[in-house]
Design a protein around this ligand. Sequence first.
Ligand SMILES: [Zn+2]
Length: 465
Amino acid sequence: MSSKFDVLFRGATVVDPVHRVNSRLDIGVQNGKVVELGPALSGAQADSVIDLSGYTVMPGVIDTHTHVRGPAQRMMALAGVCTALDMGDMRGVLQELPEWGCGLNIAGLQGIGHWPNEPPSRGEVASLIDAAMADGAIGIKIVGGHRPSTPEATALMIDQANLAGVYVAFHVGTTATASNLPGLLEAVELAGDNCLHIAHVNSYLRGMDRDPVDETLVGLAAIGGRNNLVSESYLAVINGTGGQIGPDGLPTSHVTRNCLKLRGYSPDEKGMEAAIRDGYCLVKVTEGGVTAIYTGEPGVALWRSMGTNAPVSFPVNQPQATFLCAVRKDGEGRFVVDAIATDGGSTPRNVAVEYGLCLVRYQALTLNEFVLKTSTVGAAMLGLRNKGHLGAGADADLTVLDMDKGIAAMTVVGGKVVMADGILHGSGGTIITTPRGESRVREMGYRYQIVHPEEMLLYTKQRQG
Ligand SMILES: [Zn+2]
């Protein structure tokens, strides 16, 4: 007789805001789907039973802002992430999946942009979008702040992505502004009536111009109540940028230049070196399958050994701003910023669970709200109807929380344990793509799931009003 369940997760407190569940339930899984939930399902009908007594189970964390390169997937699985949206390099993600995949679901955007002078033609942007979609991306990310384009070119990219009906996210900032509050206000203007995902809202509110709380309230007021905008913010103090010095002796990333200026370092090669030596700039490198951080003289040496082209981080995010972005609601009780993400991956700040649960402990968010902002809304953002909840038929993606320690104890994707107690067990992955990317992903031999941009929150939010 065949078993009723491939695996039975037993004894955890299950939190599912969609089905208003917050009680001790067993979860029966077959073929990667939740097939039954009940207070006492029989283990006799299961091939395997995993005892989760004392733990809390939520629908798998969906991180809607990540960078899936190098050790990123490992670091995300360790942090309880089941599904991630890569912001910028879908081609790289597909290439690296065999080497670095550890069983997660990955969707991706392809980064485009950098027209600081003459704007591109519509045809040029349209063909970049077509190429990104054919390569499996669900849309584009306008790289903005790091490598800004003119406001005109930026508006054109947003408009063309809307015309093409693909996902479009924006790291704000143009040649007229930067990754700051004016950049955020400008982004709202440049979107006009078009739909736009504003990436990591908190990162523009670093107190560059005035008190970070004032900046944050102004920024949140500008995006609140606009149903053509979706957004996420993250909770970490460190950012992620590049340490490369260009032929002109200046950091190629404008974000890096701003970080140096923020603490009084000259925005050039000398300033970078001093910032690394002082421990203000963190140089990152992959070691033993995860990301290691160096500062001081070893940091300078590492940065030099990489020809300055090293990923770096600065502790520039304002806790007041990240807090407000995470918890602030509008007059109708809706969160102004839709999701809690991380902008993590290989940058060691995959803290949506760890810091998010701090907010729950602090009663700044209820556990239900935490699950909404780290899973349910993410599923809506990616048009994934079978994720973000744990009803019968849902994908068996589970993040198992140790509420005492405030961390993810286990990550389950499609009923398979990919991480337990800090040990990784998964490989490969499932690519989330659109019908336009299906043949590429199939060609590469990967598992995949099809989504439709018109069913994503980016577009449904406006239709629903
Ligand atoms: Zn990012």
